[in-house]
Design a binder for this molecule. Structure first.
Ligand code: 9MR
Length: 674
């Protein structure tokens, strides 16, 4: 049930008022937000992941679960890499050490870190002769071994279903040397040649969405017998419809780097109709030219979809004596790093430029209204607004405000596909411990350090509830406040505005709480990751504008994936009285914000840069949320193919602001160059 509230708490300026004042909107901006005229030059990305993304590729690394507590390690991991491969945690001797007793906890930890940070996961590996428990190698009976192998593949793949981009289904099945024979593993000896095909067919049925790869080393030189033997197998699989999508070239090279034919090898395999990937790259003593040659070989082949190095720092390497990686033991970039960045198409010198892979102008295509209010006997709803959204466990989870003249409350819905958004059940959260009364503008994220979902919202104070299960609308705790009362600096600047739109984002050390005052100020408080949700202090003005309509409300702050960049969006009211978004970037959450697309003529999102193929149903692009790459407290968004869920409304609607018929629609970036 909605409880009427003091109007001042939730009423926002109507469009008529804003239209009267609209001419003022193009006024000057305060120093903290910079001027809209100073657009950054187009930049190349400053990290491996962002640079690879510009050509549609990933740049990954092997990750050791035991190192995720090492801050230097995770800082580099999350800054540079867009794909991770568990180095040992998905191997048979960890996942099924004794028969039918599975342990996925070590790999789960890596997968959780990766998905939370928007990184894709390569699954490594389901069937391999090494790191194989002795109970498997002791099997001599074909029926038993076939059953054991299929059960292992199916159980492991099912556990990680939906979370793995590609599986190394079979690893290193061919012998070294000039024979071109299959390696004499227990699988080969007991099951014969057909075991590889059997493994791929089993893998396809367990998780049909995952790409299935064959992975090996010493198959980079085209004329080698081992390369030729693997090539013949892949050709045979493709000709007979055996499910195989990709071939991984491990690329553990000596100091001379890849063989001269490596590009031709990649190209020849790709011509069979599979993707190719460099999966475990390391090069003795890491010569810059050898690394550059390897990257160039991949860049020259359209179906070479990504490159992974086998570890981050030299000290993390399985061959640490060779110092074969891109970072030294202290985490410093080695000369090979710059060579790789250049070969990917960027240069290290542009590292501190304004944006990661984000362009400095945007265009969008909008859906029609996808989500409309669903009033019931006790919820007389006029509009659905202020959405927050994450993708988790194969579903979209949307939280939103529902509003009418009698007040604001929160609603939750979930659906697997946008085509089902309109049909989804609306769960009113005033039926949970969140309770009735003024609750609005939710933001949802998973706080990984506590393994808990947080819903942040405004109640007049900045409030939150927690829930161990995002899909359970009854599971939210009663509201608690982040602050004892409104911070003094807000009291001093809020004027006749309202304290609204609470937003939390964390880096690896701090969590920050942003909020707006509808009076030209964006505030920021901070606490530590360890203290969160307590301890928010040091409230400062993060950005301000002398024209309150140019820096109004509905701020979003995101980490851009694969780069060291943050994106700030703030809703403004334009000279036409319509809502639109301006954008800025910064290298840190406490940094000053440089304009990206921040003017009415070059907006982030505004009706003027949005196409409406199914009809122009709104002139306002108002309060919403980016579609994130992950779901954790780092609020990571992709650098490419952005999407934004927003509120819009029938342009002819008028009257009480709280009673306007807001609907939710989805913008998809057009012309994304990466
Ligand atoms: O890097 C891995 C190392 O920590 C393990 O001790 C080793 C055990 O065999 O496996 C290493 O990773 C290998 C990968 O799984 C397959 N290709 C060769 C890699 C380097 O040996």
């Amino acid at each position: 049930m909605l409880t009427p509230l003091p109007a001042a708490k939730h009423r926002r300026p109507g469009r008529r008022l804003s239209a009267l004042l609209g001419a003022l909107v193009a006024a000057t901006l305060a120093a903290t937000t910079g001027t809209a005229g100073a657009q950054p030059a187009p930049v190349r990305a400053g990290t491996l992941g962002a640079q690879a993304a510009q050509s549609g590729r990933y740049f990954g690394t092997a990750v050791a679960g035991g190192k995720l507590g090492d801050g230097t390690y995770t800082t580099i991991l999350d800054r540079e890499f867009t794909t991770v491969t568990p180095e040992n945690e998905m191997k048979w001797d960890t996942t099924e050490r004794s028969r039918d007793s599975f342990n996925f906890a070590p790999a789960d930890q890596i997968v959780a870190h990766a998905t939370g940070h928007g990184q894709r996961v390569r699954g490594h590996t389901l069937v391999w002769h090494s790191q194989l428990p002795s109970w498997v190698s002791a099997i001599t009976d074909a029926t038993t071994l076939r059953g054991v192998m299929r059960h292992h593949i199916t159980t492991e793949e099912s556990h990680f279903k939906g979370k793995i981009y590609a599986w190394d289904v079979v690893n290193e099945a061919f012998a070294d040397g000039s024979s071109g024979a299959r390696r004499a593993s227990v699988f080969q000896k007991v099951l014969g040649d057909g075991y590889i095909e059997d493994a791929f067919r089993t893998a396809r049925s367990a998780d049909p969405a995952a790409k299935l790869c064959y992975n090996d080393y010493n198959i980079e030189n085209w004329s080698d017998a081992k390369t030729q033997a693997v090539y013949r197998m892949v050709r045979d699989f493709k000709s007979r419809g055996v499910p195989i999508d990709c071939v991984g070239f491990q690329s553990h090279f000596g100091s001379s780097g890849p063989p001269a034919s490596f590009g031709a090898t990649l190209s020849n395999f790709a011509a069979l109709g599979v993707d190719v990937q460099i999966t475990e790259l390391d090069i003795a003593r890491a010569p810059a030219t050898a690394y550059a040659d390897t990257v160039k070989a991949c860049m020259g082949v359209a179906r070479c979809t990504g490159i992974s190095v086998w570890g981050i720092r030299d000290s993390d390497s399985w061959r640490s004596g060779d110092s074969p990686l891109l970072f030294d033991a202290a985490g410093n970039k080695k000369p090979a790093y710059s060579a790789v960045l250049s070969a990917l198409g960027g240069t290290a010198a542009t590292r501190t430029s304004a944006a990661a892979a984000l362009p400095s102008s945007f265009s969008w295509s909008s859906s029609g209204p996808l989500i409309a209010p669903k009033p019931d006997a006790t919820h007389q709803i006029a509009g659905i607004k202020d959405p927050s959204i994450v993708r988790f466990n194969g579903k979209w989870h949307v939280f939103a405000s529902v509003a009418s003249s009698s007040g604001y409350s929160l609603v939750y819905l979930s659906f697997s596909d946008w085509s089902q958004a309109g049909a989804a059940t609306h769960h009113y959260l005033d039926r949970s411990a969140i309770g009735t009364g003024y609750r609005a503008a939710p933001q949802v994220f998973y706080y990984a350090p506590q393994k808990l979902w947080y819903l942040v919202y405004q109640t007049g104070n900045a409030s939150y509830s927690t829930n161990p299960d995002i899909s359970n609308p009854d599971g939210w705790s009663a509201p608690r406040n982040f602050y004892a009362s409104m911070p003094d600096i807000i009291k001093q600047h809020i004027g006749n505005g309202y304290w609204v739109d609470i937003w939390v984002i964390c880096d690896s050390v701090h969590c920050f709480l942003f909020s707006s005052d509808d009076n030209g100020h964006l505030y920021r408080s901070q606490t530590t990751v360890g203290q969160f949700p307590n301890g928010f202090t040091n409230t400062v003005i993060a950005a301000q504008d002398s024209d309150k309509y140019a820096l109004f409300e509905a701020s979003n702050v995101y980490k851009v994936q694969g780069g060291n960049q943050y994106l700030l969006l703030v809703e403004a009211i334009g000279s036409d009285g319509r809502r639109y978004f301006r954008s800025w970037t910064s290298g840190s959450l406490t940094g000053s914000w440089s304009p990206l697309a921040a003017s009415e003529s070059n907006p982030f999102t505004r009706a003027s840069n949005v196409a409406f193929p199914s009809g122009a149903w709104t002139k306002d692009i108002s309060h919403g949320e980016m579609i994130r790459a992950g779901y954790d407290q780092t609020l990571t968004i992709p650098a490419c193919h952005l999407q934004y869920l927003y509120q819009g409304l029938d342009p002819s609607a008028s009257g009480d602001y709280n009673n306007l018929p807001w609907r939710l629609g989805l913008l998809t970036q057009t012309g994304s160059t990466c």
